[in-house]
Design a protein around this ligand. Sequence first.
Ligand SMILES: [Zn+2]
Length: 115
Amino acid sequence: MGTEHHIIARDALGNRSKRSGNLQCPHCKAVAEVRSSEMVTPTHRIIYYDCTNTFCGHTWRASLSYEYGLVPSAIPDPDVNLPLRIVPREQVLDALRERDPNQPDFFDQDVSDAA
Ligand SMILES: [Zn+2]
């Protein structure tokens, strides 16, 4: 399978994992931080990133688009159009499996290889 799916894991108490939405700088591969973001629509955001490597200093704009829902909301907003998709059981179990902390984060993967 060419595409990896990651699901934000929660521990037994329901706390989110410490993994965040930080990206890797495309030039020096250091961690980048979100400087600011703005909502375009409820399912699309524009995000501005700063590289944390002082010797690099790259900044860039990225976008985040929601693709589909996995479980319907109990309080759905009628203005939000986010289709639901059924995910195969094996795919969910694989994504929930404990991950190696040395593996890249959610946004670290090179999406150009995913096709
Ligand atoms: Zn950098």
